[in-house]
Design a protein around this ligand. Structure first.
Ligand SMILES: Nc1ncnc2c1ncn2[C@@H]1O[C@H](COP(=O)(O)OP(=O)(O)OP(=O)(O)O)[C@@H](O)[C@H]1O
Ligand SMILES: [Mg+2]
Length: 228
């Protein structure tokens, strides 16, 4: 059974339709890549899953429940941990306070987050708005993990970061995968994304146009749907 399953999701912003039929699923323990060029509907798909945008039709089930149309805070409590585009943390809280404010459940602890991202330990008393972009991204991931999500969703978690920081974040994603964490990941760095992904979905203008294992993502398909 899938942990998350979307079927034929259609979502609008006002009168403007962004999703025209998105179907995808994530099984327990899988890392699933959600791909597609700019503006194709990746973030809108994530917003639809989380209840931040309301699907007009289609179904979304998470952990055995129909969640489409529910309020965002309720959906999140079923076990979704989002690292949003633009890495939002509480700017006037310290690293430690940010992490503790997110804590829910018992598996993930401060110690485990700091083990995954030692830099957060070094900066535990620093205010979030004084962190570098990469450190803020680590904090955003740490915050999502502190909620003990059964599904972690990463939306462009490595975008705009220095190469060395990106490496740290990919290494963390690989560790999470090895530990069995289910992850839905949006990222444009295919060279890092494909090796870690169990399956991929590609969106084109709000429609799922490809589903399969990374080895089936041929150069032709990459050119057609992911080329810049
Ligand atoms: N708040 C909004 N109001 C109106 N239209 C929106 C809004 N957010 C997104 N859109 C539109 O919906 C479509 C899908 O956007 P979305 O942000 O989901 O794309 P994306 O695949 O995440 O792109 P990117 O790779 O640039 O992040 C785009 O045409 C975008 O302009
Ligand atoms: Mg986006």
């Amino acid at each position: 059974m899938s942990l998350l399953e979307l079927k034929g999701v259609e979502t609008f912003y006002g009168a403007s339709q962004a999703l025209f039929g998105v179907s995808l699923d994530v099984k327990e323990g899988e890392v699933v890549a959600l791909m597609g060029r700019n503006g194709m509907g990746k973030t809108t798909t994530i917003n639809s899953i989380l209840g931040l945008a309301k699907p007009r039709s289609g179904s979304i089930s998470f952990a055995g429940r129909q969640v489409a149309g529910m309020r965002p805070h309720r959906i999140a409590r079923f076990g979704l941990g989002l690292v949003p585009e633009g890495r939002r943390c509480f700017p006037n809280l310290t690293v430690l306070e940010n992490l503790l404010a997110a804590a829910r459940g018992s598996e993930w602890t401060l110690e485990k987050v700091v083990e995954l991202f030692p830099r957060l330990g070094e900066r535990r008393d620093q205010y979030a708005n004084t962190l570098s972009g990469g450190e803020q991204q680590m904090l955003a991931i740490g915050r999502a993990l502190m909620t003990n999500p059964s599904l972690l969703i990463l939306d462009e978690a490595t975008e705009g970061l220095a190469p060395v920081i990106r490496q740290d974040i990919w290494a963390a994603i690989r560790k999470l995968k090895a530990a069995g964490q289910s992850i839905l990941v949006v990222d444009k760095t295919l060279s890092e994304l494909l090796p870690v992904a169990d399956r991929c979905f590609v969106l084109e203008k709000g429609v799922t146009v490809f589903e399969g294992t990374p080895d089936r993502l041929t150069p032709d398909i990459q050119d057609r749907y992911l080329g810049v």
